[in-house]
Design a protein around this ligand. Structure first.
Ligand code: MN
Length: 750
């Protein structure tokens, strides 16, 4: 026994030392100043602090901090301070050591980073939505103190995703969901393109294993033909670049499984219909660094002599880098096979920035000194502004900030010719708010390229925008519906709220005056009479009075003076009860007495069978999952288990905010219970088509039409059918058959 233990300890020891040696080797290969001593000290300290603890996979715990430090070093390109912080990142969280201990041993900088990492540990998100927003806020605030905190946090998450297989399924969904919702966009925003792609692919692989596999298989099956296209397409380009005497490398860029799947989902197309799986990347070494930009264009000119360029698809990220630092020249060329192929032209430096983001900038700075993060600084500033103006709803805050994480940019010009970077899809009003709050709040319209446009006009790259204002203009509640930037949305909401508070106060004064003048006591019974009369809740009523959209008069006087014997209490408590009755009520679920959520073993997937579906496990109304869909369970506040599709937007939010209430779920149905599903059909209107569609469906023995609506407009028809099916297979078969009908263009499940 003792011997076995000793052998295991020795094995652990050599495993750990090898991993650390690999880390050191990777570090020594970088351009950073060589501070091996402090890194070794951090390693030894972390190793003894985590001694005896193992990860779920069985490995010694210290393997995790070593792996995170390796990512920080090799994949993000950071130096010794970050490597030490990564090695120590779980010490304060998981052991008895304090931040002071770290500070005494490693100095205040490393201690501060470890402190930041400890504060945001346990995932960005806590158990409750509000705690989550609080954590998110913390994250962003720490981030603006030292960006390295978030870079190390991303490395930590990447390693956890790489080793997710050893976690329980319900934890997997929580972690994968959070990763997709927040870490991948963050990585993208920081320019960590490679890591962003890996995070997305890993999340996708755990949430939709079968679809991931299918795409992988198809990619593998089509690889040979892509190689052929690549060779054929790049041969003349190589010849031309050789003639120019350039030092270069040409690579094939294959779209990642997640982006392929995402495109299939959003554009409702098949794998075969995605034309840009292959792109070509030219990475060159500039002859002189100041010639870098010109050389990109020289290459562009040279290759567009070989292949015809697409006129609308030149993307100049060289002169106008993206906010995350990305620089490259993108062109789309017509191959000899008649296929559009995107070519990305970058220098070696630009390529490093594209893969490693802001961290790569440091590599190109002598001595690794101060970082040039102009754009990043601006972004952090925007986020600080939003945080200074907190909104009551936690999820709102998160969504607002996410708006900015996801957005890609366009360039617009001020009347003076200054360039401003704005997110895609932004409106003239967003632009106004981006310049100044006053400009936004008093904006009445804009001139885009000298033409008058409304506030809601969406801007395009290259637009010249002049904002028109009027002092009389006030912020309108409807504005939040069309602005797309976080800043504008936050400003509008906060100003509206302030105005409403003022109006409510004025409303109270007006109401008091009214009662005084009529000589009626202002008590809650009397006030409630008015609320009932106007069918408004108190706050809304007062605001309406304050804003003078409601004026008290004869009717109110009568209502108050009338002697009402019977107060309609129901109406009083639920002024909108009439309306709410029209909304279909959720079915009453009879939960068997024997069942209790507390009895569920949350570590095991729940099994959905005909006997328990919609009795114990309720199918979500938002995404209507049916057998065969990738699903998960969510325990709601009433302790009911709701089954959502994994990609349902509501489930996505739950994954990030309520991860601890998730359950893994699998189907085990036996085709005895029918489910409704909706299918949308589009095509060219044709005599007899409707007949053909119904024929096809009725021939499918497993499928019954429940509802059918078809609209025809200028020769195009759009139909929606609701059908009864047993499972996803039935729908897929039905869709395939429907697609084969002549003149049917697209068939999708909705
Ligand atoms: Mn960790």
């Amino acid at each position: 026994m003792n011997d076995n233990l000793q052998i295991r300890e020795m094995q652990d020891e050599s495993l750990i030392n090898n991993a650390f040696q690999e880390l050191l080797d990777a570090y020594l290969a970088t351009k950073h100043r060589k501070k091996v001593e402090i890194i070794t000290k951090a390693f030894n300290f972390a190793k003894q602090a985590h001694k005896g603890v193992r990860r779920r996979s069985g490995e010694p715990y210290i393997m995790h901090p070593i792996a995170v430090a390796k990512i920080v070093c090799s994949e993000i390109g950071l130096g010794s301070t970050s490597i030490c912080s990564a090695l120590l990142h779980d010490v304060v969280e998981d052991t008895d050591y304090t931040v002071e201990d770290i500070s005494n041993l490693f100095g205040p900088k490393i201690a501060q980073i470890v402190d930041g990492l400890t504060k945001i540990s346990g995932g960005i998100f806590g158990d409750r939505a509000s705690a989550q927003a609080e954590n998110f806020k913390k994250l962003l605030l720490t981030m603006s103190d030292d960006i390295r905190v978030i870079l190390i946090k991303i490395a930590d998450r990447l390693h956890n995703m790489r080793t997710l297989g050893s976690m329980l399924p319900n934890k997997q969904y929580k972690i994968a969901g959070e990763t997709l919702y927040i870490y991948a966009p963050l990585a993208n925003r920081l320019g960590l393109n490679k890591i962003k792609t890996e995070l997305e692919d890993l999340s996708f692989r755990y949430e939709h294993p079968e679809q991931y596999q299918q795409i992988e298989n198809k990619l593998a099956a089509t690889q040979a033909s892509r190689d052929e296209v690549f060779e054929e397409f790049t041969a003349p380009i190589r010849a031309e670049l050789d003639k120019m005497g350039l030092e270069y490398e040409i690579k094939a860029r294959i779209k990642s499984p997640y982006s392929i799947w995402n495109k299939m989902q959003t554009k409702h197309i098949t794998f075969e219909e995605i034309y840009d799986i292959l792109a070509v990347r030219i990475i060159f070494k500039p002859k002189a660094i100041q010639e870098e930009l010109n050389e990109c264009f020289n290459i562009y000119v040279a290759i567009s002599k070989i292949y015809k360029p697409h006129p609308d698809r030149l993307r100049d990220w060289v002169n106008h880098p993206k906010a995350n630092g990305y620089q490259a020249l993108h062109v789309t060329l017509m191959s000899n096979r008649g296929q559009w192929i995107e070519v990305q032209i970058r220098s070696r430096r630009m390529d490093d920035v594209a893969e490693q983001g802001f961290a790569a900038h440091w590599k190109y700075k002598e001595g690794g000194g101060s970082e040039d993060e102009g754009e990043l600084e601006k972004w952090l500033h925007t986020i600080k502004e939003i945080l200074d103006d907190p909104q009551p709803d936690a999820m709102d805050l998160l969504d607002t900030i996410k708006l900015n994480l996801f957005a890609s940019e366009i360039f617009v010009f001020t009347p003076k010719g200054e360039i401003k970077t704005m997110p895609q899809n932004c409106t003239a009003l967003d632009f106004a708010f981006s310049i100044h709050t006053f400009l936004g709040s008093h904006c009445i319209g804009a001139k885009v390229n000298h033409k008058l446009v409304p506030l809601s006009h969406r801007l395009q790259s290259g637009d010249q925008v002049e904002i028109l204002t009027s002092k009389a203009q006030r912020i309108q509640p409807s504005w939040v519906n069309f602005v797309t930037t976080a800043k504008a949305k936050a400003k509008i909401l906060s100003i509206l709220k302030r105005e409403q508070r003022q109006a409510q106060k004025q409303g109270e004064d007006i109401l008091r005056d009214f009662f005084e003048k009529e000589d009626i006591e202002m008590n809650s019974v009397n006030v409630d009479k008015l609320l009932t009369l106007h069918q408004m809740p108190r706050e809304k009523f007062l605001i309406a009075l304050g804003q003078k959209t409601l004026v008290l008069g004869e009717e109110d006087r009568n209502e108050l003076k009338e002697k009402t014997g019977n107060i309609n209490w129901k109406k009083y408590i639920f002024p909108f009860s009439k309306k709410t009755k029209e909304v279909p009520q959720p079915e009453v679920v009879e939960t068997p007495n024997t069942f209790s959520v507390k009895d569920l073993d949350r570590k095991k997937p729940v099994i959905l069978t005909e006997a328990n579906i919609n009795k114990v496990f309720i199918l979500a109304k938002c995404c209507k999952p049916i057998p065969g869909d990738d699903v998960l369970g969510y325990i709601d506040e009433n302790d009911h288990v709701i089954i959502h599709k994994r990609q349902c937007p509501i489930a996505t939010k739950l994954k990030s905010s309520q991860g601890n209430r998730l359950l893994a779920a699998v189907w085990n149905t036996h085709r005895t219970m029918l489910f409704t599903a909706s299918i949308s059909i589009k095509g060219i209107d044709d005599f007899g088509l409707l007949n053909e569609i119904t024929q096809v469906i009725s021939k499918h023995l497993n499928v019954n039409i429940h509802k059918l609506s078809i609209e025809s407009n200028e020769g195009i028809f759009e139909g929606q059918l609701e059908v009864y099916v047993y499972d996803v297979d039935d729908i897929n078969k039905l869709c395939t058959t429907l697609r084969q009908i002549k003149n049917v263009q697209s068939v999708t499940r909705i």
